[in-house]
Design a protein around this ligand. Structure first.
Ligand code: ATP
Ligand code: RIB
Length: 406
């Protein structure tokens, strides 16, 4: 089989299956894994295909927008002929929805990212290897993750009246988030985050300016109620003004909704939420600050989880990066296993986990299943550049099933 023919066959397979592995294509076409990796890398340059751990996933959104753009190249023309009856040509939004409904209240930030070989020292100027400006903020990332994970999502956020507010509405309109309220502040600018991503290990350093995110008024909180009433779960973080988040959480509790608090970035006020929430999801740093126990491994995480539970919350789920997560529920500990990942950018790993957790719980799955699925979801998110880049549900399902079976 010729190279072009093989690459076209790979795209066809991806259109039908959403994802495929190097091992599968190598066996199917009788060529080495190295050859398939070259094919996938070349296809990735077209923008239709994204590389991931052990294989590739189809960027349906990119393919659809190219097909409908009127642009033409050999590959597109061939695809149009071959696939005119395929489902890819139907609107794919909503094809894969689970039944759960998640309301996310949180921040929008414009993320200004510099890729560096290592973090600069105090007083040092360092040449960046790349830089980008894009949508971010824990609320936005978590809403994006929940929608990519299959939930119906209503998102509420607040921006300024500046050029970045356009970025927010464009991002939300183009995303798979089903509905949103985007309030605007007359006085404060859109929130921003200056982020360094180290090429060494994909780790990040972030400085956040909250701007409009911390100007949410009582009336705006009231405006969220109609959507909240229709939701199964409310998911919040700590990038907005405390009063607004606290009042929404208390209302959600009164309405009998399940509430997940991701206590990030850490604030001592997080403790005030504990009697009103169902699940808290700190990372190791936040768990250490909440409990006063330095969390460095599973044993210290268990001690910290007990301390946090004693402050008044039933379920504690500590995310621990490449070590996975620790769940304390019903007085039992469960190690939520990590999934292998080729780390590119860990920014937003926690957001990916939280959004996916909320979506899976809202669909009716139990805690252990939902946390494990969220771990698979987040392990693919760390392979993607950008805090708001979240994986395709089919790829997550494939990775989840493979891991469960192995
Ligand atoms: P960030 O602040 O960078 O957004 P976080 O500190 O809030 O992230 P982490 O605990 O680092 O969140 O990661 C959340 C989840 O993502 C982990 O529990 C794990 O399931 C997954 N994860 C993170 N890093 C990795 C990795 N290197 N390999 C596999 N899975 C990972
Ligand atoms: O969790 C990652 C997010 O934290 C970034 O998108 C940045 O905006 C900060 O809020």
């Amino acid at each position: 089989m010729y190279l072009e023919e093989r690459r076209l066959a790979i795209i066809q397979h991806l259109i039908e299956n959403d994802n495929g592995s190097v091992a599968y294509y190598s066996a199917r076409f009788g060529v080495s894994k190295e050859t398939i990796r070259h094919d996938l890398n070349a296809l990735a340059e077209s923008g239709f295909v994204r590389r991931c751990h052990g294989g590739a996933i189809l960027s349906k959104r990119n393919l659809l927008s190219e097909l409908s753009s009127g642009n033409s190249n050999e590959l597109l023309e061939l695809l149009k002929k071959i696939n005119s009856d395929s489902e890819i040509f139907n609107d794919y939004r909503g094809q894969k929805k689970m039944s759960g409904r998640v309301c996310v209240f949180g921040s929008f930030n414009v993320d200004i990212v510099a890729k560096v070989s290592r973090f600069p020292r105090g007083g040092e100027s360092l040449m960046a290897l790349g830089s980008s400006v894009g949508p971010g903020g824990k609320g936005t990332n978590q809403a994006t993750a929940a929608s990519k994970a299959g939930a119906y999502v209503h998102f509420v956020s607040k921006v300024g009246k500046d050029q970045f507010s356009r970025m927010a509405s464009e991002h939300l309109t183009l995303s798979e988030i089903d509905s949103f309220n985007l309030y605007q502040s007359d006085t404060e600018p859109t929130g921003s985050a200056i982020i360094y991503v180290s090429q060494d290990d994909g780790e990040n350093m972030i400085a956040i300016y909250s701007g409009a995110n911390i100007t949410v008024t009582d009336a705006e909180v009231q405006g969220i109620f109609p959507a909240l009433k229709k939701s199964d779960i409310l998911l919040v973080q700590l990038e907005n003004n405390f009063e607004a988040t606290f009042s929404l959480v208390k209302s959600a509790r009164e309405l009998g909704k399940k509430v997940i608090l991701n206590p990030a970035p850490y604030s001592p006020k997080a403790k005030e939420f504990l009697p009103f929430i169902d699940i808290i999801t700190p990372n190791e740093t936040e768990a250490s600050l909440l409990s006063g126990i330095a969390v460095t491994d599973m044993e210290s995480a268990k001690t910290a989880a007990k301390e946090i539970q004693a402050l008044g919350v039933t379920t504690v789920l500590i995310t621990m990066g490449s070590k996975g997560a620790l769940l304390l529920n019903d007085n039992k500990f469960h190690h939520i296993k990590p999934y292998p990942a080729v780390v590119v950018d860990t920014t937003g790993a926690g957001d990916a986990f939280n959004g996916a957790l909320a979506a899976t719980l809202a669909s009716g799955r139990d805690l252990i299943y939902s946390a494990s699925w969220a771990s698979a979801f987040a392990s693919i998110a760390v392979e993607l550049e950008g805090a708001s880049s979240m994986p395709d549900i089919n790829l997550v399902n494939a990775k989840f099933t493979d891991h469960q079976l192995s």
